[in-house]
Design a protein around this ligand. Structure first.
Ligand SMILES: O=C([C@H](O)CO)[C@H](O)[C@H](O)COP(=O)(O)O
Length: 210
């Protein structure tokens, strides 16, 4: 099980400062969608330059032109690129083919997918690397989370690794770990804390204990 730090509400310098504090405790650093919107793929390039050995995920949430957008993110240095589960199969296939060509990986974000079990099985058959259940900010704000969806995903996905994201905090991490995902994605649960390093370290310990 791996820990991914999601960086969303910071600029490039802020992102680099956060990673300096938590680098030993996280496996993957995500340049979140809000940063990409504000700063473009330069943010991915800057992070990769600052931390060449770190696995960097570009949270582009691709909806169309899968192959082209994966190519651009790969050029910027992304190791993993996200596409939406609600995208067309052709877009996901294009993203997967381009990622394979570039030696990169694809994470499919199932945010806003209504028929989760059915769509997860379809997406799994397209050869993606990760499938992620995700409660976004707007549904977190009305009290939702992804725990039940995570169990659904576990029961239908046979090939891809399973990831979970959305509002995970130190207090809720044990419940997430118990469901056995391959990748746990945490944003505000680390970046919103006074002592980011201590929280990330505790999260890593819990994840290692499994
Ligand atoms: O993908 C995300 C969100 O849609 C904003 O782009 C976040 O990175 C993801 O939800 C993880 O962040 P937290 O919910 O703060 O843990």
């Amino acid at each position: 099980m791996k820990l991914q730090l999601a960086l969303d509400l910071v600029n490039i310098e802020g992102a680099i400062e956060v990673v300096k504090q938590v680098e030993p405790y996280v496996d993957i650093v995500e340049i979140g969608t809000p940063i990409v919107i504000n700063e473009g793929l330069h943010a991915v390039k800057a992070l990769k330059n600052a931390f060449p050995n770190m696995t960097v995920l570009a949270d582009l949430k691709i909806m169309d032109a899968g192959g082209y957008e994966v190519m651009k993110a790969s050029e910027a240095g992304a190791d993993i690129v996200t596409i939406l589960g609600v995208a067309e199969d052709a877009s996901i296939t294009g993203a997967v083919e381009e990622a394979k060509k570039q030696g990169k990986q694809i994470l499919v974000d199932m945010i806003a997918v209504k028929n989760l079990a059915e769509r997860a099985a379809q997406v799994d058959a397209l050869g993606v690397d990760y499938i992620c259940v995700h409660t976004g900010y707007d549904l977190q704000a009305v009290g939702q989370n992804s725990f039940e969806d995570l169990l659904t995903l576990k029961s239908v996905v046979k090939n891809a690794k399973i990831a979970v994201a959305g509002g995970i905090k130190l207090g809720t991490l044990p419940e997430v770990i118990a469901a056995g995902p391959d990748l746990v994605i945490v944003g505000g649960g680390i970046t919103g804390q006074d002592d980011m390093s201590a929280v990330a370290s505790e999260m890593q310990q819990l994840i290692k204990q499994g």
